[in-house]
Design a binder for this molecule. Structure first.
Ligand code: 5GP
Length: 107
């Protein structure tokens, strides 16, 4: 069965798109830790990050870097944090979270 994130990529579940190319998709997290909290996913449905082949892994990191730079420009923040824990959804996703140290963060 397709993951929630595959359904998002296919347009079956709505999302707020931030960026997209042939292989990757970035969209706002539905339950953000901070304004601008973005998820970056490979369109390929893979559960665990180190199950990606090297090209897909490098591509995901490169795409995430470019999205993080765009977030830095769009949202005033101390830094953009990155996490790849992946506890809830079995589809590789990079969290990009604009962090302001004065914010009430829910970590
Ligand atoms: P993790 O798997 O790393 O714990 O987190 C999964 C993330 O996906 C959570 O931050 C959660 O809010 C987000 N998420 C789960 N379902 C949806 C959804 O349908 N749409 C969006 N935009 N985000 C989702």
């Amino acid at each position: 069965m397709a993951t929630i994130f595959t359904k998002i990529v296919q347009g079956d579940i709505p999302s707020y798109k931030i960026a997209e190319d042939e292989n990757f998709y970035a969209f706002l997290d539905i339950n953000p830790n901070a304004k601008g909290h973005t998820l970056v996913i490979p369109k390929q449905e893979v559960n665990k990050i180190f199950d990606l082949d090297k090209d897909a892994y490098s591509g995901l990191m490169d795409f995430s870097y470019r999205v993080a730079k765009a977030i830095e420009k769009a949202i005033p923040c101390e830094r953009v944090g990155m996490s790849v824990i992946g506890l809830e959804v079995p589809h590789v996703h990079v969290h990009l979270i604009p962090i302001n140290f004065m914010d009430d963060m829910r970590f």
